[in-house]
Ligand binder design. Structure first.
Ligand code: 6PG
Length: 470
């Protein structure tokens, strides 16, 4: 056998990952359900052709890899993965490693790990982020599985992962579903980041009447400051792009209806299941759902009328500065929620997720990569037991400053009717989290009134009931 690793599934992500492995790690055997794709992929591999072994069947693939064989499955998440595993199993030997590198639901990864437990085979659930470009030149890699399994693939993964100041963006995060779970939360944060940016864009477009090119310059400027990140850079570039047909901004020609493959939604669902408030992530998921209801929104605008531009005399430069602050504050809230969900999952699933390490491997390669994550990593390193990012010295200081802008922007949007669901949720989360005396005493009274649920008294003297009808 000539190859040290195999890969099944030559879609965009699979092809790019295979090229990355061929270039930076080892000779790789590849297979695909439709075999024409295998030949085409090999024919187009250029200088890497000799490092790729095209295989026309799973038998050929397994035969081409030196045992013990690591085999990456990079197909659509769901039933296709189970089918591939079932087809591979009879061909493999004890010690071989199946690696699911797709966007799997971590519950499936836990189940698959269990199913393979007594087979002698090893299963790794691996979250890979970074889109096409990342897969080809260095993704961020989140690994779930046994420590021994990780050790065996670590050198290969380190060779293909993105690097932040020389440090490879890959880590073993815990058993079975830990890697896919962390990827899911990454995507929840990705949804929140994207939604919050889109809301800022909405204020610029519908409140200030700005043109995309003008906004592009502002996002490009923000990318030099504390908001510096891949998604801000992408935003500046997409806003600047021209449409070949009309000559205008391309973004103006795109239907305002966003799809989702599921991972962002899973993040919100898991947050709810674990019982951690992740309202900014939830509202980002809900906003995508509402975005897809184009016809209903058009009908509703007929009923209620359109929103109007802000008064032309408004202090535009001041608002632009507040928008930057608002985005920063809301980002802190969204990341605080995402990391709180991961901390909660550690308790629920027994993973002991290493929060500082997760922030470190997200600093490069992945979609949410940013300077900001370097600060989160440093914060979790310094304060390992922290309850919430919001209250750490570094982020509480940032929040105190930037929340002023967030408050002004949410207020402005509310009075002018510009929707800011994720930004508003971030502000509400912050205000709720920092209020020592909340209002749930009334909820407890109501629950006791209609359901005799009982309540705790402030003096801690055990469970009580009210004499509500006395
Ligand atoms: C990444 C991305 C990538 C993809 C997701 C989200 O980290 O590289 O998250 O995995 O963008 O599938 O896609 P949807 O927006 O379609 O849910």
């Amino acid at each position: 056998p000539e190859a040290e690793i195999g890969l099944i599934g030559l879609g965009v992500m699979g092809s790019n990952l295979a090229l990355n492995i061929a270039e930076n790690a080892s000779t790789i055997a590849v297979a695909n359900r439709t075999t024409e794709k295998v030949d085409a992929f090999h024919a187009e591999a250029g200088a890497l052709k000799d490092r790729i072994v095209p295989c026309r069947s799973l038998e050929a693939l397994v035969g081409a890899i030196r045992a013990p064989r690591p085999i990456i499955i990079m197909t659509k998440a769901g039933a296709a993965v189970d089918e591939q595993i079932a087809a591979l199993r009879p061909l493999l030997q004890a010690g071989d490693i199946i690696i699911d590198a797709g966007n799997a639901n971590f519950h499936d990864t836990v189940r698959r790990s269990k199913e393979l437990e007594d087979s002698g085979l090893t299963f790794i659930g691996m979250g890979v982020s970074g889109g096409e470009e990342g897969a080809r030149h260095g993704p961020s890699i989140m690994v779930g599985g046994t420590a021994e399994a990780y050790q065996r693939v670590e050198p290969m993964l380190k060779a293909i992962a993105a690097r932040f100041e020389g440090e490879p963006c890959v880590a073993h995060l815990g058993a079975d579903g830990a890697g896919h779970f962390v990827k899911t939360i990454h995507n929840g944060i990705e949804y929140a980041d994207m939604q919050m940016i889109a809301e800022i864009y909405g204020i610029m477009r519908d409140g200030l009447g700005m043109a995309p090119a003008e906004m592009a310059d502002i996002f490009a400027r923000w990318n030099e400051g504390p908001l510096n990140s891949y998604l801000i850079d992408v935003t500046a570039k997409t806003l600047a792009a021209k449409d070949a047909e009309t000559g205008g901004a391309l973004v103006d020609q795109i239907l305002d209806s966003a799809g989702q493959k599921g991972t962002g939604r899973w993040a919100a669902i898991e947050a709810q299941m674990i019982g951690v408030a992740a309202t900014t992530i939830e509202s980002a998921v809900a906003a995508r759902i509402l975005s897809a209801m184009k016809a209903e929104r058009e009908a509703a605008e007929q009923v209620f009328g359109p929103i109007e531009l802000l008064d032309a005399s408004i202090d535009r430069a001041g608002i632009i500065d507040q928008l930057e602050q608002a985005l920063l504050a809301a980002k802190i809230a969204a990341y605080a929620q995402g990391f709180a969900v991961m901390a909660g999952a550690s308790a629920d699933h027994g993973w002991d997720l290493p929060l500082a390490t997760i922030a470190r491997i997200w600093r490069a390669g992945c979609i949410i990569r940013s300077q900001f994550l370097d600060e989160i990593a440093a914060t979790f390193e310094a304060e390992s037991g922290t309850a919430n990012l919001l209250v750490t010295p570094r982020f509480s200081a940032m929040m105190r400053d930037s929340s002023v802008g967030l408050r002004k922007i949410v207020a402005l949007s509310a009075t002018s009717g510009i929707p800011t669901p994720a930004l508003s949720a971030a502000l509400a989360y912050y205000d709720t989290y920092r209020q020592a005396r909340g209002t749930a005493n009334l909820i407890q009274a109501q629950r006791d009134f209609f359901g005799a649920h009982g309540f705790e008294r402030l003096d801690g003297s055990g469970p009580h009931h009210g004499q509500w009808n006395a």
